[in-house]
Design a protein around this ligand. Sequence first.
Ligand code: 13P
Length: 288
Amino acid sequence: MGLVSAKEMLEKAKAGKYAVGQFNINNLEWTKAILLTAQENNSPAILGVSEGAGKYMGGYDAVVGMVNGLMKDLNITVPIALHLDHGSYEGAKKCILAGFSSIMFDGSSLPFEENVEKTKELVAACNILGLSLEAEVGSIGGEEDGVVGLGECADPEECKTIADLGITMLAAGIGNIHGVYPDNWAGLQFDVLDAIQQKTGAMPLVLHGGTGIPDDMIKKAISLGVSKINVNTECQLVFAEATRKYIEAGKDQQGKGFDPRKLLAPGFQAIKDKVKEKMEVFGSIDKA
Ligand code: 13P
């Protein structure tokens, strides 16, 4: 099966009270690990690509070619969306042309009226092409690939205005932060999430900054309408840890342990294990 829009998988998730994971990719090992784990667990999944990661991988055409090729060669039959993460307006247009199946336009740092106008234009383009579109209100805290947010909570009224433009899913800041949470983190603001869900009804809500959010908070967020959860840093941390252990044990200096296929194998397996663990918590296993 080829790439699909995230619309149907997220509507099913919202109705079924579970969430689909967005796992960000950085290279071939990341992509292969996530695709195989989704297939083995009969789970839908979303591959997230930040603008920085897209550039790192050579560009959006290279990303689309790699993902489509792996889907075919690995015979992936579960629903997979290829999604631009925190896209600028220009980045969104480039990914639409390159063949992404899902787009996030992050206009949260723009004046609200401009966020509305640009989101509206992208709704029209994505509708014609059958792509899903995520918009954002109230920035996510922390820093990801140069996109810095102060982490303010979204205004439920503004969420309703953006949701009514015809987007597929809505990211709303509720005290979530990209990267590792600081010790003094106040936690997710469930009263804000509840107010947003009441205003936006059936709209699937997106929780960014999935790394390090305790499982009970994840489950409560899903019960309040979150249907897509983004995880990036956690896969990077387990990949780095597994690779470090391999090198510290001197395995790269034994036999052909320096072969990249051996050197990167523990990190690859660590990503698979982490993605499976998240799919279990999100409840997406056997929901393909
Ligand atoms: P983390 O890196 O905190 O998991 O956040 C990922 C994310 O929200 C991508 O948009």
